[in-house]
Design a protein around this ligand. Structure first.
Ligand SMILES: O=C(O)CCC(=O)C(=O)O
Ligand SMILES: [Fe+2]
Length: 351
């Protein structure tokens, strides 16, 4: 596996500092898998804003918010979560810690360099073949939970508060996710814990991807992150308050995701599309670059325990709406294998 994998000769950040033109392997190719041409400024996505506290309140607001949530997830597969209990200054501190790491000299960051054949660590995306288009970003990818599976050699020692900051943030992200999973179930008239129970077990997985998108001299030719849907159950993304870049595909058209300073951008991953029998969407998204501003983002991916079987929940399968997806296990690995073969994983698990 991954015999073609190699670490970047030069990080995207270093190329940006040196004023390099992006090498040819970074140039966007408009083939079928790219979901349409590269547009740097499509219209803004009217992605719904959901007040998290209202989802679990006892007031009348709750019903309205649950209806909004259901509509957001059946049409866009994503929303902006506000009133989630995390303050502006708390979120700024998370951004600062991640930014601190990326602004360290390369010799320091190199200590966390990923190894060939491994997705974890600092560097580029794993490469599977010579034709793979590279992303104009540097990332630190870590498996955060279960705790005993952490590969601490990839965890930054600098800044010194990195680990405790991420530990605390993980707990908060987990509790917000549970509120969201319960609300999703209620919005579909299901038992409250029917999704949440897959994400509240001891060996659930949570991965973090901390990304730096440096300025790029040719944003109309290079993507910060290729189009993909997430393999998670749910992804909570903290965006850079000062720079847009995230785009989401809806009905064959690309939209810019606006930045709301104190919001967490929530998108569903493939595993929730499967569990909801295709009612909720796992949206395809990508990131574009710009010539002037660096962008930082913090993505937390919540997944069920890999050995647990997941499939459409029974209550969402009936004669009118037959089962769309097979039952799957180890979806993350499966998704990875599909990616290597150029197959869309969600299509491969369709009945
Ligand atoms: O950086 C972003 O805005 C999106 C990141 C993302 O989609 C991912 O890491 O899966
Ligand atoms: Fe993503």
């Amino acid at each position: 596996m991954a015999t073609k994998d190699s670490l970047p000769v030069k990080t995207a950040q270093q190329m940006a500092i040196d004023g390099d033109q992006p090498p040819s392997k970074y140039i966007f190719k408009n083939n079928n898998n790219n979901f349409g041409p590269l547009q740097t400024s499509p219209p803004f996505a009217p992605v719904p804003v959901i007040h998290v506290t209202r989802l679990s309140s006892t007031s009348d607001d709750r019903k309205t918010e649950l209806t909004k949530l259901r509509s957001a997830l059946t049409t866009w597969g994503c929303f902006q979560a506000v009133n989630h209990g995390l303050s502006d200054s708390y979120l700024d501190n998370i951004r600062q810690v991640i930014n601190h790491f990326f602004q360290l000299p390369l010799e320091e960051k190199r200590k966390c360099f990923r190894e060939t054949g491994s997705v974890e660590g600092y560097g580029n995306d794993m490469t599977y073949d010579d034709n793979q288009v590279q992303d104009w970003c540097d990332r630190l990818f870590l498996r955060i939970l279960p705790e005993d599976e952490r590969k601490l050699r990839f965890w930054p020692q600098n800044p010194s508060n990195f680990r405790e900051t991420i530990d605390e943030y993980t707990k908060k992200i987990k509790s917000i996710s549970v509120i969201l999973f319960e609300a999703m179930a209620i919005s579909l008239d299901l038992e409250e814990d029917c999704f949440a129970k897959y994400f509240t077990e001891e060996r659930d997985v949570l991965q973090g991807r901390f990304i730096l998108y440096p300025p790029c001299p040719t944003p109309d030719q290079v993507l910060g992150l290729k189009a993909h849907s997430d393999r998670s159950g749910i992804t909570l993304l903290l965006q850079d308050p000062g720079v847009e870049g995230l785009q989401v595909l809806n009905d064959g058209k690309w939209y810019n995701v606006p930045v709301i300073r104190d919001a967490l951008f929530v998108n569903l991953g493939d595993q929730m599309q499967i569990m909801s029998n295709g009612i909720f969407k796992s949206p395809v998204h990508r990131v574009v670059t710009n010539t002037k501003k660096e962008r930082i983002s913090v993505a937390m991916f919540t997944e069920p325990e890999p050995n647990k079987e997941i499939g459409p929940v029974d209550a969402l399968v009936d004669e009118k709406r037959p089962r769309v997806y097979k039952t799957v296990k180890n979806y993350a690995v499966f998704n990875h294998e599909c990616f290597q073969k150029g197959v869309v994983a969600l299509d491969a698990v369709k009945i």
